[in-house]
Ligand binder design. Structure first.
Ligand code: NAP
Length: 283
């Protein structure tokens, strides 16, 4: 089974579009996503355009705030502060990575947790830890959705996650654990990676190393979710999994592109809609 992320994202987008219509009718405006884009990183520009296109298709209003590459920390915080207090702004996303002179941690924490559609502030990650989160990181949510298409009940399975970033590996471990999955996390200091990954009913590759996961890493019948996306100088996109080598061994596998990527964007829109719903509820 090839898990077609594009297809599932499209299904999700139809439901999101319907929600936007309802909110528009009820409150006279669409949910709004404000993206702060700093500098001219070409990959970031592509990602932001992709998000903008998806927002338009679904009916989410998207506004891009372009800041100069050399903008000061103070000015970025000032911009975020303005968006935090603007009642017409539902979601705020600061596109990463930031130029090296900026303090990324401080900028992430400056976002109002109620508008933090990336789910990366300490407040939202803390709530996730306590099992009462509303806004959660988009990529882990997308992975969970795809896994549920493979097996509706994941309880009792063993997942191995390769990667422990705050963006993907760590929050995904929490979500899997909440779904009663037994979780092992591997990272760059893990010894004998294949020994661990071979135990996995669910193998998540989220380390950013093209084709790191080959046939020898996969237990026959496993579900393999490839989060990695690396663009090589040739322009070709690679996942962390050697798709052709792993496909015959796995029961299910996500491709790159058109696997986890479209789901991440859809969950960004879902979080923006949720932020508006929660916001209007509390006013
Ligand atoms: P990151 O912050 O660089 O984290 C990479 C993780 O992989 C770290 O925990 C690192 O271990 C681990 N790692 C590195 N080399 C390893 C090795 N040889 N064996 C085992 N683990 C290793 O990256 P990220 O932000 O999580 O992103 C990971 C990948 O997913 C990237 O390719 C990124 O582009 C992609 N991504 C895709 C989406 C999507 O929507 N599809 C969304 C987000 C990210 P240490 O902690 O020990 O350094």
């Amino acid at each position: 089974m090839i898990i077609d992320g594009e297809r599932y994202a499209n299904e999700l987008n139809i439901a999101l579009s319907e929600k936007c219509n309802i909110l528009q009718k009820q409150y006279g405006r669409a949910p709004s996503l404000h993206v702060v884009l700093i500098g001219e990183n070409p990959a970031s520009q592509v990602y932001v355009k992709m998000k903008q296109k998806r927002a338009e298709e679904i009916g989410v209003e998207s506004v891009i705030h372009l800041l100069d590459e050399n903008v000061s920390q103070k000015d970025v915080l000032w911009k975020i502060q303005g968006l935090n207090v603007d009642e017409d702004v539902d979601g705020i996303l600061v596109q990463m990575p930031l130029p090296a002179h900026l303090n990324t941690e401080e900028i992430i924490e400056a976002v109002n947790p109620k508008k933090d559609v990336d789910g990366l502030t300490s407040a939202n990650l803390g709530k996730l830890l306590r099992n009462r989160a509303t806004l959660m990181p988009c990529t882990p949510l997308g992975c969970m959705y795809l896994l549920k298409q493979w097996r509706s009940d994941l309880a009792g399975l063993h997942a191995v996650i390769v990667g422990r970033s705050i963006l993907v590996g760590k929050p995904l471990g929490l979500l899997l654990s909440q779904a009663n999955v037994t979780v092992t996390t591997c990272h760059s200091k893990t010894k004998n990676l294949a020994f661990h990954t071979q135990q996995a009913d669910i193998l998540i590759a989220a380390c950013g190393i093209p084709n790191l996961i080959g046939e020898k890493h996969v237990k026959p019948g496993a579900c393999v979710i490839d989060v990695g996306i690396t663009k090589l100088p040739t322009g070709k996109l690679y996942g962390d999994v050697d798709f052709n080598a792993v496909k015959p061994v796995a029961d299910a596998i996500t491709p790159v592109p058109f696997g986890v990527g479209p789901m991440t964007v859809s969950y960004l829109m879902a979080n923006t809609i949720l932020a508006m719903e929660e916001g209007v509820k509390s006013t």
